[in-house]
Design a protein around this ligand. Structure first.
Ligand SMILES: Nc1ncnc2c1ncn2[C@@H]1O[C@H](COP(=O)(O)OP(=O)(O)OP(=O)(O)O)[C@@H](O)[C@H]1O
Ligand SMILES: [Mg+2]
Length: 375
């Protein structure tokens, strides 16, 4: 039963040595631990090449994203030009927030780091804190943010972590002031200096004590506006440190789908027909806003199930069932908690979009599924 629990006989010198060695190894493992959700992109820790910052560059439109309102680029670029350093993309699920954040980071610097918010995060993971470094010693170990202070940091799904707690120590820095961390440079010396974070690039920063951001540093974060209410809230004060840019669902869903199907060479769109999928999407959005990502996923699986299906034609009964498979796989899971009358209106819209007969068994399927997620 005690197989995994080491037992030491305290009086023997060898045993004390063994205990000390085990503790050191455990400390080393603990300090090498990387918290969940932190993954680096475009990055090479060993690289000595400085991050190139692209100064005065406008963030151009993302070629991959269709139907993005031009106001989005106007807001991004005017925020940057006006000196607002930190950007927050928010909006309904699947509207291209992460893609846009990565695009901004790539347009503004040669390297960036992306981390995905997690409720596991502590300020220690992000900013830094004392950690065991082996041989019973502890030392201040900078967190992911300070380790990548030379480049844009994308914090994807920021609302998944306890924002104020995790980046709270950065708050003064985000407001343009120096901040002192509660960590001594010489841990054992009571009169030691404390580590400091400077708000701006500073070539004369004392590197052993002061952390100064590089010219390319900025936070680009994303928040899903459905989750925003249910997950960690951000304080008003911290909210003000970001330029908030709303990524909406495309205004004209039918036009979006026609452009997408043409671009992906799935189907030529000659006429201005309203696609069954556009009707489905519209009736979903009348109840809860959903961006293009799950609809694109739906198109992909529909094509796998029936490669000959025409997206502009009224579907046969079999094809309607395939549309509903795609719906159940990618849209339904996002509709949890919709109201009963919304579910009824959506059922109606979907049945009309798919031109289901009054006696079609599929009507019952749609109604049942939507009722099951409604409250
Ligand atoms: N407007 C769009 N045009 C074309 N493709 C899009 C659009 N919006 C999203 N996509 C595609 O959907 C996929 C997912 O997008 P992305 O992850 O950027 O969305 P998101 O808003 O971050 O989603 P979530 O809310 O789930 O975090 C990407 O492959 C992206 O290309
Ligand atoms: Mg995202």
């Amino acid at each position: 039963m005690l197989n995994n629990v080491p037992v030491y006989h305290g009086l023997s010198d060898e045993e004390i040595e063994r205990l000390s060695s085990d503790i050191s190894q455990t400390y080393a493992k603990a300090s090498a631990h990387q918290p969940a959700g932190i993954e680096n992109s475009d990055e090479d820790e060993s690289s000595v090449v400085d991050v190139q910052v692209v100064i005065g560059r406008e963030v151009p439109a993302v070629p991959d994203l269709l139907g993005i309102d031009p106001t989005v680029y106007r807001q991004i670029n005017s925020a940057i030009r006006s000196g607002k350093q930190h950007l927050m993309f928010y909006g309904p699920p699947g509207t291209g927030k992460t893609t846009m954040a990565q695009h901004c980071a790539r347009s503004l610097a040669s390297k960036h780091t992306l981390i995905t918010g997690s409720s596991d995060w502590t300020s220690q993971d992000v900013i830094g804190g004392y950690q065991p470094i082996g041989n019973g010693r502890i030392e201040f170990v900078p967190g992911i943010l300070l380790r990548h202070f030379d480049r844009p940091l994308i914090i994807d799904e920021l609302n998944r972590c306890d924002i104020d707690k995790v980046i709270g120590p950065l708050f003064t820095v985000l407001s343009g002031q120096k901040t002192t961390l509660p960590y001594r440079v010489q841990v054992e010396q009571r009169d030691s200096d404390f580590f400091e974070i400077l708000p701006k690039p500073n070539p004369s920063a004392r590197k052993d004590i002061e952390f100064a951001p590089g010219a390319a540093w900025r936070i680009v974060a994303t928040i899903n506006s459905i989750d925003k209410a249910s997950l960690y809230q951000m304080s008003y004060a911290l909210t003000r440190r970001f330029a908030w840019i709303y990524l909406d669902v495309p205004t004209d869903l039918n036009d979006f789908l026609q452009q997408y199907l043409t671009r992906e060479q799935i189907q030529e769109m000659g006429s201005q027909v309203v696609l069954p999928l556009a009707r489905i999407w519209q009736s979903v959005n009348a109840v809860r806003l959903i961006g293009p990502a799950p609809v694109i996923d739906m198109i992909k699986v529909i094509r796998e199930m029936d490669s000959g299906l025409s997206f502009s034609a009224d579907p046969t009964e079999d094809q309607a069932a395939i549309y509903l498979d795609g719906f159940d796989m990618f849209i339904l899971p996002m509709l949890d908690g919709i109201f009963r009358d919304g579910a009824q209106a959506m059922t109606q819209g979907i049945c009309e979009g798919l031109k289901l007969h009054a006696e079609s068994a599929l009507r019952h399927r749609v109604e049942q599924r939507l009722r099951s997620v409604s409250v």
